[in-house]
Design a protein around this ligand. Structure first.
Ligand SMILES: [Zn+2]
Length: 680
C-alpha cells in the first residue's frame, strides 16, 4: 500500500519496520495471521467506535514487541516471511551449498553474523575513507569524494539516482534531489517541538565521533558543527507537502549549465567521477536547494565539511561495524526516534540487509519454496474484477467533462500489473561477497546497484524490472509505467486467503488492488498521462472539480488527532487517503458484483453478512499498535495516515457501511452526507 513515486534515495516507497518480534522464539513458526472474529471487541457498539469493535481484542492482546516500533497485520505477516527467510538463510550457510544464488546469500548472511570478526575489525574498515577525507583541499575534491561515497551508499549533501524521465518515461534520466540530513525531516531541525530530539541527535553524533577516538570536547564541538550545517540544509529544503507536486519538482538542466548555475558545487567533477559526464542533461528536483548548497560551500570552511563527511561516513557504516557502533546507532535511530527499547535479533537484522542488498537472489530462493503458482492466477482474476469496476467508474463519474474522461480511459486502457515476482531475477553473480567482510559486502552491493543505474542513463527503460523484493509485504503503483505491482510477500493471509470467503478477500487484497489502481488518479498520479509522462491532460474545470472533492478528504483527515495536539497532515497524506477511499469503494462494488453473479455466496457466516465481513476485514488489516515516538516520526514523514484512521477513514464516506451495520444519523461514526468524500 505504499506507492513508489521516486526512485531516488529517501523518496522511494516509505520503508516501515515490518518484521518478526521478540515475542516469538527464533525456531517457533508464527501463526498465520488470518482474518478472525476473535479480534473483535463486541462489547463496543460499531456505530460508536468501529475500529475497536473490529479489532479491539487484538489491540489489547498484542502490544508492540520490545524489538519493534509498531505492530499490526502487515508486521505479523512480515514476521512469518522473516521466519521462512530465516530457514532459507540458515540452509544457505551450509558448506555443501556451492551454487549461485544460495552460496552468495549464505556468505552475505554469514558475514553479518560473524560478530567476532566484526569486533576484531572495530572501526578499522573506515580508516581508508577517513584518510581520504583528511586529504581534501578544495570543494572540488569534496565533490569528487562525495561521488565515490554516494556510489558506495555513504550519504551527504544531496541525493541522486536514475529513474525514468518524468516527462519522457521510456528513457532513464539522472536526477538530483534535496538531501543530506541525518534527522528524519527538516521539521526536526526547525520546529520547537523537536528540540529534545535535536539535543539527543547532537549527543549521538558526539558519541559516534568518540568511537573514532576523538576526545569528548572535540567530539561535542564537531557534533555542533554537524548540527549547524544540517540545520542550514534543512532551511533550504522543501517541506514534504511541497515535494508532492511532481511538476514543481522537475527541472531539466543541461550538464553544461551546472558550472554557471552552481559554481562552488562542482557538479561537473562529481558527474565525471560518477561516469556521467557524457550525458547532455539531468533533472534537478529542487534548483533552489542546490543554489543554497552552492552558497553554503562558499560560506562554510572546508574544515566543517570534513567533519560533516566524517559523520556521514560513520552514519552510513555504523550498523555494519562492531557492537559499540551498531548499538550507539540503534540507541538513537531506534530508541530515541522510534521509541523502540530493543534491537531485533541479529539474524533478523542480517536478513533485512541481505534482502535490501541482493533481494532478488534471496527472493528467488523464497518464491521457489513458498509461492504457490496458483496464487498468480487467482490474483489476476481479482485484479481484473476490481479493474472492471474502476473502469466503469471512470465511464460514469458525473464531474468529468467528456474530453478529460476520454483521456482518463485511454490511460486506464494502458494499465498493467505484475504479480508475485519478476520473470527474470537480477543477476548479482559478478559481485564479490566474502563471508568475513560485512561492511565490504554492503559497499560492493551498493556499488553494483549504483553502476547498474548509472550506465543506463539515456537508455530505454527496462519495463520488466521490479522495485520491491518478492518477500515484501507491500505493493506499489509506478506512475511512469502506469503499473501496479504485488510482491509474493503480500499474497498471503490476511490479505489474500483462499480459505476465506469473497467478502474477507475483497475487504483485504481487493482493497489493496483498488488502492493501487486509484493511485493512478490521485492528486499526484492524475498528473501522469497514458504514456506515464508528467503532462497536464486535465481541463481547468475538471482539475477544479477534482480539487474540490479532494479537499473533503484533506479536511476529514486533518481533523484526526493521533496524540493530544498532534494531527494527521491531510495534505501530506492526501494521495494515500484518496487511494484508500477509492480502494474501499471499488472493492466493495467488486464484491457486490461477485455476489450477484453467484447468489449462493450471499450468505451470513458466523452471524455476519458479506457486507459486514467486508468492512470488518478492511478495518482489521489496519489494526496497529504503535509507540509514541514512532507516531510522532511517522506523522511527520509518512505519506500514509496512521492505521487507526486508515481503518475507518474510507468507511465513514460510504453509505454502504452505515447500512451494513445499521448505523444511524447521530451515531459518533456517522459523517454527515454533505461532508462525505467521493472521488472515484
Ligand atoms: Zn498507497
Amino acid at each position: 500500500m505504499y506507492e513508489l513515486k521516486w526512485l531516488l534515495p529517501g523518496l522511494a516507497a516509505i520503508g516501515v519496520l515490518v518484521a518478526a518480534g521478540q515475542s516469538f522464539a527464533a525456531d517457533a513458526e508464527p501463526p498465520v495471521p488470518r482474518f478472525s472474529l476473535d479480534y473483535m471487541d463486541r462489547s463496543i457498539d460499531p456505530g460508536t467506535d468501529f475500529y475497536h469493535y473490529a479489532a479491539g481484542n487484538w489491540l489489547k492482546q498484542n502490544p508492540v514487541p520490545a524489538d519493534k516500533s509498531r505492530w499490526g497485520a502487515f508486521n505479523e505477516l512480515q514476521q512469518r516471511n522473516w521466519f521462512l527467510i530465516h530457514q532459507i538463510l540458515d540452509s544457505a550457510t551450509n558448506p555443501a551449498v556451492t551454487s549461485y544464488p544460495a552460496r552468495m546469500v549464505g556468505d552475505f548472511y554469514r558475514s553479518a553474523l560473524d560478530t567476532q570478526r566484526r569486533e576484531e575489525l572495530g572501526l578499522k574498515p573506515l580508516q581508508n575513507d577517513l584518510n581520504k577525507i583528511a586529504r581534501l583541499t578544495s570543494a572540488k575534491d569534496l565533490l569528487q569524494l562525495l561521488a565515490d561515497f554516494h556510489s558506495r551508499g555513504i550519504g551527504g549533501l544531496f541525493n541522486d539516482g536514475v529513474s525514468p524521465d518524468e516527462k519522457n518515461s521510456s528513457v532513464y534520466a539522472y536526477e538530483i534531489w534535496q538531501g543530506g540530513l541525518g534527522l528524519p525531516d527538516r521539521d526536526y531541525y526547525l520546529k520547537d517541538e523537536f528540540s529534545k530530539q535535536r539535543i539527543a541527535y547532537s549527543n549521538h553524533v558526539a558519541k559516534m565521533f568518540q568511537l573514532l577516538g576523538e576526545p569528548e570536547a572535540d567530539a561535542e564541538t564537531n557534533a555542533g558543527t554537524v548540527l549547524s550545517l544540517e540545520t542550514e540544509l534543512a532551511k533550504i529544503s522543501k517541506s514534504r507537502v511541497d515535494l508532492r507536486d511532481p511538476i514543481a519538482n522537475y527541472h531539466k538542466m543541461t550538464v553544461d549549465s551546472l558550472a554557471t548555475n552552481y559554481p562552488e558545487l562542482h557538479l561537473n567533477a562529481y558527474l565525471a567521477d560518477s561516469g556521467l559526464d557524457a550525458m547532455p542533461d539531468l533533472v534537478v528536483g529542487q534548483p533552489e536547494f542546490l543554489a543554497g548548497v552552492d552558497r553554503l560551500l562558499l560560506e562554510r570552511p572546508l574544515a566543517d565539511w570534513k567533519i560533516y563527511l566524517r559523520w556521514n561516513l560513520l552514519h552510513g557504516s555504523a550498523q555494519y561495524l562492531n557492537n559499540a557502533a551498531e548499538t550507539e546507532n540503534f540507541s538513537f535511530y531506534g530508541t530515541v526516534l522510534s521509541g523502540q527499547p530493543a534491537q531485533e535479533p541479529r539474524w533478523q537484522r542480517a536478513a533485512r540487509v541481505v534482502d535490501g542488498g541482493i533481494g532478488e537472489a534471496l527472493g528467488q530462493l523464497y518464491v521457489e519454496k513458498y509461492y504457490p503458482p496458483a496464487a498468480r492466477a487467482r490474483m489476476n482474476e481479482l485484479v481484473e474484477n476490481v479493474k472492471d469496476v474502476f473502469g466503469d467508474r471512470l465511464r460514469k463519474v458525473d464531474w468529468m467533462t467528456e474530453g478529460t474522461r476520454a483521456k482518463a480511459l485511454a490511460k486506464f486502457g494502458r494499465f498493467s500489473q505484475k504479480i508475485g515476482y519478476p520473470d527474470k531475477f537480477r543477476d548479482y553473480s559478478s559481485i564479490t561477497i566474502l563471508p568475513d567482510d560485512y561492511l565490504g559486502n554492503v559497499r560492493r552491493v551498493t556499488m553494483f546497484e549504483s553502476h547498474r543505474e548509472f550506465v543506463r542513463v539515456g537508455k530505454p527503460v527496462e519495463r520488466a524490472e521490479w522495485h520491491m523484493t518478492p518477500p515484501t509485504v507491500n505493493a506499489y503503483f509506478n506512475p511512469s509505467q502506469n503499473e501496479i505491482v504485488f510482491p509474493a510477500g503480500i499474497l498471503q493471509p490476511p490479505f489474500f486467503d483462499v480459505t476465506m470467503d469473497d467478502a474477507v478477500n475483497y475487504g483485504a487484497i481487493g482493497v489493496v488492488i483498488g488502492h493501487e489502481i486509484t493511485h493512478g488518479y490521485d492528486d499526484q498520479g492524475r498528473k501522469y498521462d497514458a504514456d506515464g509522462n508528467l503532462n497536464d491532460w486535465w481541463t481547468d474545470a475538471d482539475a477544479t472539480a477534482f480539487e474540490a472533492r479532494a479537499q473533503k478528504v484533506v479536511d476529514q483527515y486533518s481533523a484526526y488527532e493521533i496524540l493530544p495536539g498532534v494531527h494527521v497532515n491531510g495534505r501530506l497524506t492526501l494521495g494515500e487517503n484518496i487511494a484508500d477511499l477509492g480502494g474501499a469503494s471499488v472493492a466493495y462494488e467488486a464484491l457486490e458484483r461477485a455476489l450477484a453473479k453467484d447468489p449462493a455466496k450471499r450468505k451470513s457466516i458466523d452471524g455476519f453478512t458479506p457486507e459486514q465481513r467486508f468492512f470488518l476485514s478492511l478495518s482489521q488489516i489496519w489494526r496497529t499498535n504503535c509507540r509514541e515516538a514512532e507516531m510522532v516520526r511517522l506523522i511527520t514523514v509518512d505519506v500514509h495516515s496512521p492505521g487507526q484512521f486508515r481503518a475507518i477513514g474510507p468507511h465513514v464516506n460510504m453509505q454502504e457501511f452505515y447500512d451494513a451495520f445499521g448505523i444511524k444519523q447521530g451515531a459518533p461514526m456517522w459523517r454527515p452526507v454533505e461532508l462525505r468524500a467521493k472521488i472515484w
